[in-house]
Design a protein around this ligand. Structure first.
Ligand SMILES: Nc1ncnc2c1ncn2[C@@H]1O[C@H](COP(=O)(O)OP(=O)(O)OP(=O)(O)O)[C@@H](O)[C@H]1O
Ligand SMILES: [Mg+2]
Length: 273
């Protein structure tokens, strides 16, 4: 379990885009936080900053009181699992190898070349695959799996790290509604049962309502809402998504999507990683 402090963090990219205005958020250890916001609000930028993939322009990120910086980046990242919208698997490699990639951060140099030979890693790999429900797929090529199965591999790779923090950037945007719920159930279980502090960005308000303890609403790089999921009223949603085009979408595309099962067609998607 890790506490995450985001202290006056802003991010302005080299091209001058101010993706994050100074943001201050304190996330309690073991909580499940959902980031909501329209496209371009800064959700991915914030998640990448928490993982050290982006350096804040101002402010700092602290994990259990330790400032994330150049010197400790490797050690800190080893404790942070990351799950992606596009799964980011190596399609030609089998599922087990993809999962064990999650353990590479735990060692360096020669050790990593021979990581597959370590029995403890293989045992961990099997345990992880059982957890994500892919025991029978261990030696299958990753790109032969369905989208939902590929995302399970992505989650397995993060789990193999034995993370204290799990960050997921739109983990279900390429999945159909039923598969999305399965994946969210899995992520939620990891948070609740293992006490992994979890931050997930989503485009679906209904999923936020179902899974989050706390919702952080971003709009144009600002935190426009931060509170318990029960306070996510229509007024708050308008504040997050605005009254314009995106504002219409949360009630339609974002909201209604989970009412029906007619959103199919994505289930068979296979990433070309
Ligand atoms: N590497 C980059 N260089 C320059 N600008 C960037 C970069 N990455 C993102 N941006 C800009 O920063 C802003 C925030 O982008 P970000 O990807 O964080 O938004 P988001 O909330 O994740 O959006 P989406 O829902 O579409 O994924 C946008 O204006 C985007 O164009
Ligand atoms: Mg994004």
């Amino acid at each position: 379990m890790s506490r995450i402090e985001i202290a006056s963090v802003s991010k302005t990219y080299d091209n001058g885009v101010a993706a994050l205005k100074p943001i201050t958020v304190d996330i309690a250890a073991g909580s499940f936080v959902v980031l909501l916001g329209p496209s371009g609000a800064g959700k991915s930028t914030l998640l990448r900053t928490l993982n050290g993939l982006e350096t804040p322009s101002t402010g700092e990120v602290r994990i259990d009181g330790e400032v994330l910086g150049r010197a400790n980046l490797r050690a800190m990242r080893a404790r942070i699992g990351m799950v992606f919208q596009q799964f980011n698997l190596v399609g030609r490699l089998n599922v087990m190898t993809n999962v064990l990639c999650g353990r590479l951060g735990k060692r360096s140099g020669l050790g990593s070349l021979f990581f597959l030979m370590r029995r403890s890693d293989l045992e961990r790999g099997h345990a992880v695959l059982a957890r994500v429900g892919l025991t029978d797929k261990a030696w299958e090529r990753a790109d032969r799996l369905s989208g939902g199965q590929q995302q399970r591999v992505g989650i397995g790779r993060a789990l193999a790290q034995e993370p204290a923090v799990l960050l997921a950037d739109e983990p279900v945007s390429n999945l159909d509604p039923a598969t999305s719920r399965e994946i969210m159930d899995l992520i939620s279980d990891i948070c609740r049962r293992d006490g992994v502090t979890t931050i997930v960005s989503l485009h679906q308000v209904e999923l936020a309502r179902r899974y989050a303890d706390r919702v952080i609403g971003l709009n144009d790089g600002n935190v426009v809402f931060d509170g318990p999921v029960g306070d996510l009223t229509e007024e708050v949603l308008r504040r997050i998504y605005g009254d314009g085009e995106d504002g219409g979408e949360y009630g339609g595309e974002y909201g209604a999507e989970y009412g029906g099962e007619d959103e199919g067609g994505h289930g068979g998607d296979v990433a070309d990683a």
